[in-house]
Ligand binder design. Structure first.
Ligand code: GLU
Length: 298
């Protein structure tokens, strides 16, 4: 794929979940999406994925936004909070139900255990159990593929690999897969740049776009950072929160992890301008990188 040849209408986004403060892994995803948008002369947005309050940390949205602000990464439009978008998700769900593409399901995890946790076609739950229903999307026995700007061609057979997936959980919240597709379309996103841990969610999103008649953005899945336990850096494996005075020192390292030319140390604003000017998606590595825990990466 060529670099930097985009229509003027490029619209990208960074979509953090407010489950904790920004750490090095999330800063890397934010910088990659920001630089790609800026290099294309496009618009860059921040969307707060606050769909699941029990998993969120009070005030984390503010911490994330303040840090991004201190990093010089400003949303070109007001930050969209997914908690304000329930009606849009409900409407999309109603359309899918009406079209017979989505269905109510009372199967529990243990009901699905024999099938490896995958729901394929008919529900196995005992109909007599009147527990609240989740809503799932019925998936086809078909290959759904797309060309990722970093990872190359990627194909999944949704029925074999994923099964009928949840759009709204039985306990109420809309699922990430539905919300992200509805909001990417709502915000006119043309380019999704995010961590490669979401690569295998993308065929589900592409299929949902087809079902809802929504456009498909281009995708670029950049490497994620792993702790020594092999897991994605997160609050759970003690990834340290970044403070605003660390950002300028971290930027050269982030550039290196993203396969970009190291920038001269300079004031943060100059570093950022140079980072965006030299941004090349074609040199971003495919592989995730392991970093030390609790590191003083600065
Ligand atoms: N909220 C997701 C995360 O924090 C990102 C979702 C997306 O970019 O589609 O990893």
């Amino acid at each position: 794929m060529t670099d930097g040849v985009f229509s003027e209408s490029y619209r990208g986004r960074f979509a953090p979940s407010p489950s904790g403060p920004l750490h090095l892994g999330s800063l890397l995803a934010a910088l990659a999406s920001w630089a790609d948008a800026r290099a294309a002369g496009g618009v860059w947005l921040i969307r707060m994925e606050d769909l699941d309050p029990p998993r969120e940390q009070a005030g984390a949205d503010r911490l994330i936004l303040d840090l991004l602000d201190a990093a010089g990464l400003h949303s070109d439009e007001p930050v969209l909070y997914q908690s304000t978008r329930q009606l849009a998700y409900a409407e999309a769900l109603a359309r899918l139900l009406q079209a017979g593409l989505a269905f109510e399901c009372r199967c529990s995890r243990s009901d699905l255990a024999a099938a490896g946790g995958i729901h394929r076609g008919a529900c196995v739950a005992n109909d007599g159990k009147r527990r609240p229903a989740a809503i799932r999307l019925r998936v086809p026995d078909a290959d759904i593929g797309f060309e990722d700007r970093v990872q190359g061609p990627y194909v999944q057979n949704l029925l074999r690999d994923v099964g009928d997936f949840v759009l709204r959980r039985a306990d109420g919240p809309f699922a990430y897969q539905l919300a992200v597709v509805v909001d990417d379309a709502h915000q006119g996103i043309t380019d999704v740049v995010r961590g490669s841990d979401l690569l295998d969610s993308t065929p589900r999103q592409v299929y949902l776009q087809q079902c809802l008649g929504l456009p498909r953005p281009r995708y670029a899945h950049v490497p994620i950072l792993l702790g020594p336990d092999g897991q994605k850096l997160s609050k759970q494996n003690r990834a340290p929160a970044i403070s605003s005075d660390q950002i300028a020192g971290l930027l050269p390292q982030v550039a290196g992890l993203l396969g970009q030319e190291p920038q001269q140390l300079a004031p943060l604003s100059a570093q950022l301008t140079s980072f965006a000017r030299h941004w090349r998606m074609s040199t971003v590595p495919r592989q995730s990188a392991v970093v030390a825990p609790c590191t003083d990466i600065g």
